[in-house]
Unconditional design. Structure first.
Length: 284
């Protein structure tokens, strides 16, 4: 597995890119990508966006030079087309996208569950295709995306795809597409697990007698601060946990519950397995 991790506050460098990137679908994730590209130095004139219902933010990018809803009956000549429509609308969207794809066009899809086989079948002229799974922290530049290329992606196209995806955080590459269902279950769905942990911790704090506002603040800041510590530290998560835990102390008493038989690890294993199975089912 290959990892691409931009430096703090930076993303893939797109300042020297001289072609055109076409984004199809500018919802939350697509919008995060555009913001990341522009932040990485991509000139607005080198971005075209197709979005029938643009948000005020996306619409405002037109005044900066981004081409919003260009005439697709004419040749777009994009070096890369990034597909960010909802997966349930993919079947309807593909016929409109297909004429814009040529044999040399790099296609990057962030549609959950839509396989390389589906994309190749829907986009008959497509050669190089990358399937990617981002997650919602991409909206603040702290996401993680796993990308899987087909056999027609060149080294330069792989770099371009990596730079485009790195605009929202870390990028990992896998060559075995079968892993993408587990990726979806772990990092794609993972933010929801963390938010549930914050909810559960706040509810437990209220049960312990804390006022609800204080309970929610303590839970939120503890989860956020611990995540940032994990992000910045080179130590394994297990070591960081051990550093908080004094033998016979309060943390140890809590961990005896959380780490007991059929406790947190077992529940998380079952949860990821369930999400993986659902991802496989949805992908057909």
């Amino acid at each position: 597995m290959e990892t691409s991790k931009p430096a703090a506050g930076q993303s893939g460098d797109l300042r020297d890119f001289s072609g055109l990137i076409l984004l199809v679908g500018a919802g939350k994730m697509g919008g995060a990508l555009v913001d990341g590209w522009l932040g990485a130095g991509l000139e607005p004139e080198k971005v075209a966006v197709i979005e029938p219902n643009p948000s005020p933010h996306i619409a405002a990018l037109g005044s900066r030079g981004v081409r919003l809803n260009p005439d697709t009956t004419a040749s777009v000549n994009a070096d890369a087309i990034v597909i960010a429509v909802k997966p349930q609308t993919a079947a309807e969207a593909m016929p409109a996208i297909a004429p814009m794809v040529g044999p040399s066009t790099l296609v990057v899809s962030i549609m959950a569950g839509r396989t390389l086989r589906f994309l190749a079948g829907a986009l008959k002229q497509a050669g190089a295709i990358v399937r990617a799974m981002p997650n919602t922290p991409a909206s603040i530049g702290r996401g993680i995306t796993v990308a899987c290329p087909n056999g027609k992606v060149s080294a330069s196209q792989r770099k371009l795809a990596g730079d485009l995806l790195a605009a929202t955080g870390t990028v990992e590459w896998v060559d075995d597409e079968a892993l993408m269902d587990a990726v979806t279950a772990v990092s794609g769905s993972g933010p929801a697990y963390v938010f549930l942990l914050a909810e559960a911790l706040a509810e437990a704090a209220i049960t312990a007698g804390l006022p609800s506002s204080l309970a929610e603040t303590l839970a939120r800041e503890t989860i956020a601060g611990s995540g940032e510590l994990l992000h910045r530290s080179a130590l394994p998560a297990a070591t960081l946990r051990e550093n908080v835990t004094s033998p016979g102390g309060t943390t140890a008493a809590a961990l005896e519950v959380l780490m007991g038989q059929e406790a947190l690890t077992a529940l998380m294993t079952k949860a990821v397995a369930a999400a993986t199975a659902r991802s496989r089912k949805l992908a057909g």
